[in-house]
Design a protein around this ligand. Structure first.
Ligand SMILES: Nc1ncnc2c1ncn2[C@@H]1O[C@H](COP(=O)(O)OP(=O)(O)OP(=O)(O)O)[C@@H](O)[C@H]1O
Ligand SMILES: [Mg+2]
Length: 252
């Protein structure tokens, strides 16, 4: 389990992105974070991985306690998936996925070629996201949806307990986004991974979340099961403005 206790984040310059927040994420649950732009979703996600330093409170994970004391171990057990997947385009899919293993080795060891066992782990992860045929292709030759699946494989090869995904499907067309999110959701369920995933699409949140946590102005304004998300609450989350339409950008 991962918990945030009285976690508050004030950025330099005085911007209070997260008001004192206490939340616990149960093992194996798929939690979706909702909130308008600037609500604090990325701040919360990045805090869970120690990428943002809290101004008050702390983040605790089973096995490590306060994550700041065991940041390296915590990060090794945490797979991050980003909107812009952050692959190295000129490297192969396999090499990109192998990057996910680096957190498990000392800096010195990382400079040496990774052993065969590591490559097998990477190929297994690539197989799970359906890209074995593309393992030796350059990452920048893949479509947006395929690249995001490589991002998922890179997180999986870490053998994580926790998956943090910040708008993992925001730059994909709706059909591809649904497939990629369905894949991520299925793998998290199968491996009993704890997942915290920020999304801008309410319909995906309703379809995939075990639990929805919504933020507005750095405050939790909803925390419950998807079926409890009424139109009134949606208005509280996004204000009177309508939901942004899904981006209709078609993956190359
Ligand atoms: N590095 C930073 N320095 C200063 N302020 C920041 C920084 N990062 C975020 N903020 C501010 O903190 C608030 C929360 O930002 P955050 O990125 O967590 O929102 P978000 O919910 O992820 O938004 P989006 O949906 O646009 O990604 C915003 O007001 C933002 O401008
Ligand atoms: Mg964000």
């Amino acid at each position: 389990m991962i918990r945030v206790e009285g976690l508050e984040v004030v950025y330099p310059g005085g911007n209070r992105a997260l008001a004192a927040t206490t939340l616990a994420f149960q093992p194996g649950a798929f939690t979706v974070l909702l909130g308008a732009s600037g609500a604090g979703k990325s701040t919360l996600l990045r805090s869970l991985n120690g990428l943002v330093r809290p101004t008050a409170g702390r983040v605790e994970a089973d096995g490590v306690g306060d994550i700041r004391r065991e940041l390296r171990a915590h990060r090794a057990a945490t797979g991050m998936i980003f909107q812009q997947h952050q692959l190295i385009g000129r490297l192969t899919v396999l090499s990109n996925v192998l990057m996910g293993r680096l957190g498990h080795h000392s800096t010195l060891r990382s400079l040496l070629p990774l052993p065969r066992a590591e490559k097998l782990l990477a190929l297994e992860a690539i197989g799970r996201v359906g890209l074995l045929d593309h393992a030796l292709r350059r990452a920048d030759q893949l479509s947006g949806g395929q690249q995001q699946r490589v991002g998922i494989a890179r997180a999986l090869v870490q053998k994580p307990r926790l998956i943090l995904a910040d708008e993992p499907v925001a730059s994909l067309d709706p059909a591809t986004a649904d497939r990629v999110l369905g894949l991520l959701h299925g793998i998290c369920r199968q491996d009993r991974l704890t997942a915290v995933v920020s999304l801008h699409q309410l319909d995906f949140a309703r379809r995939y979340a075990d639990r929805i946590v919504a933020l507005a102005g750095g405050h939790v304004v909803f925390d419950g099961r998807p079926e409890m998300l009424t139109p009134d609450i949606v208005t509280r989350i996004y204000g009177a403005h309508p939901q942004p339409e899904p981006e209709l950008e078609i993956a190359a």
